[in-house]
Ligand binder design. Structure first.
Ligand code: ADP
Ligand code: MG
Length: 227
């Protein structure tokens, strides 16, 4: 739980969550072809298309939720990804977002410790649905180090921007770390040793989740860009 200092400040709200989702939709749109190319190498060439479709649906749903609380927004968007996006990644990301939303509960505002707890519960939900561990060449290879880096930054007294930056860096490094791995989960695992030498598409889109978090944090009113 919260241990004092800046991380107790419950300054994150619905507009932050909306900014994060919109930013993620932009990032995914911008990287759609790249994500699909990565999936062409070790999957079925639809990851960018799946994610873009899901995030387009998510943004449409945001328009219907202008009064909603942060937790409710994330649960609703999670539901739409689970139901509306084919492939492995839609249900995994959807479950993760739903779990984050549930962890944030009914409050109007939340703080960094709440966000950390929510990210942890997202990771757990993704792992209990997909049964992947670090090293299996999946979303988890980027998500797990990102959550750890977020926590380290908080414990070192970081604010939301610096914690999100550390998380984004760790997620990007985690995505790169999948290149030499042989996939043990998902469609890429059918390729066996032929999955080695390619970056995992899902770990790559997870890095975009944290890029979007960093950008949404930096865009909050009153934040001065320092890095
Ligand atoms: P599909 O593989 O069904 O076509 P996508 O192409 O949208 O679905 O997503 C593929 C990504 O899903 C993979 O790159 C991998 O990161 C992720 N993934 C697949 N299975 C799992 C799993 N069991 N746990 C976590 N992530 C997984
Ligand atoms: Mg695919």
């Amino acid at each position: 739980m919260a241990t004092g200092g800046a991380s107790d400040d419950k300054s994150l709200d619905s507009s932050f969550v909306v900014g994060w989702i919109r930013e993620l939709a932009d990032q995914i749109r911008g990287q759609r072809d790249y994500l699909t190319q990565l999936d062409a190498a070790i999957g079925d060439a639809d990851h960018g298309i799946n994610m873009d479709r899901g995030m387009t649906m998510a943004v449409a749903r945001l328009g219907e939720m202008t009064e909603a609380r942060p937790g409710a927004i994330l649960v609703s968007i999670g539901d739409s990804l689970v139901l509306g996006v084919g492939g492995a990644a839609g249900p995994l990301y959807g479950t993760g977002l739903r779990s984050l939303g549930k962890a944030l509960g009914d409050e109007d505002c939340f703080g960094l410790e709440d966000l950390l707890a929510g990210l942890r519960s997202s990771l757990q939900a993704i792992q209990s649905l997909g049964a992947a561990s670090v090293g299996d060449k999946t979303i988890v290879d980027a998500f797990a180090p990102a959550v750890s880096a977020f926590e380290r930054a908080l414990r070192a007294g970081g604010d939301v921007v610096s914690a999100a930056t550390r998380a984004r860096e760790a997620a990007e490094e985690g995505a790169r770390s999948t290149i030499p791995l042989q996939a043990r989960k998902g469609r890429a695992s059918y390729l066996g040793p032929r999955s080695v030498g390619h970056q995992d598409p899902g770990a790559t889109s997870t890095a975009l989740v944290f890029t979007a978090l960093e950008r949404a944090a930096a865009a909050r009113p009153g934040v001065v860009e320092t890095q």
